[in-house]
Design a protein around this ligand. Sequence first.
Ligand code: ITT
Length: 191
Amino acid sequence: MTRLFCATGNAGKLREFRLAADSTRVEIELLPGYRQLPAAVEDGATFEENAIRKALHYGPHASGLLFADDSGLEVEALGGAPGVYSARYSGPHATDESNNRLLLERLRGVSHRNARFVCAIALVEGRRVVGVFHGAVEGVILDEPRGSGGFGYDPLFYCPAFGCTFGEATGEQKFSLSHRGQAIRAMLASL
Ligand code: ITT
């Protein structure tokens, strides 16, 4: 059994990481003591840079391989925003609800609503980057939330292949197609 540690404070991501491990011979565990460590500084310009910064920040505290995920939503009509600012789009005390409200406000009256979720996962061992893995999925931002599954912008993200939002899809369905599912599968295939 290969064991991978992950570094995330996002419960929705952690659920999806655990789902990834279910069907493999890999164990994915939250880094012990994660919450006691100082937070990583995420000031990179890209998802890839931030994923590497996060993984290298926590990697030396793990006894083996560790990965971190940096991800977000890029909305074409907003020039790619919220992008790397997705988690804190509506400010330092942002919640999923306040971010979704702000996104709907910014898109009021906008008919071109194409968007994509993007994910970069960096895998490290101590201070060495072992690999970086990517995923992206295209969708459309609805004008009101639908469904209570997933997290973040999922209830607003309509996935044409499913005919529903990621908030209405099951966890397994979302993972089969999502940006994070693609990146994790690529990471697991590299081991
Ligand atoms: P960690 O850095 O601790 O992993 P975080 O939530 O701060 O958690 P990011 O900086 O990578 O992580 O920001 C990701 C944000 O992008 C997340 O908070 C959501 O708002 C959005 N997002 C990313 N993946 C998503 C998904 O699968 N579904 C919905 N929203 C997602």
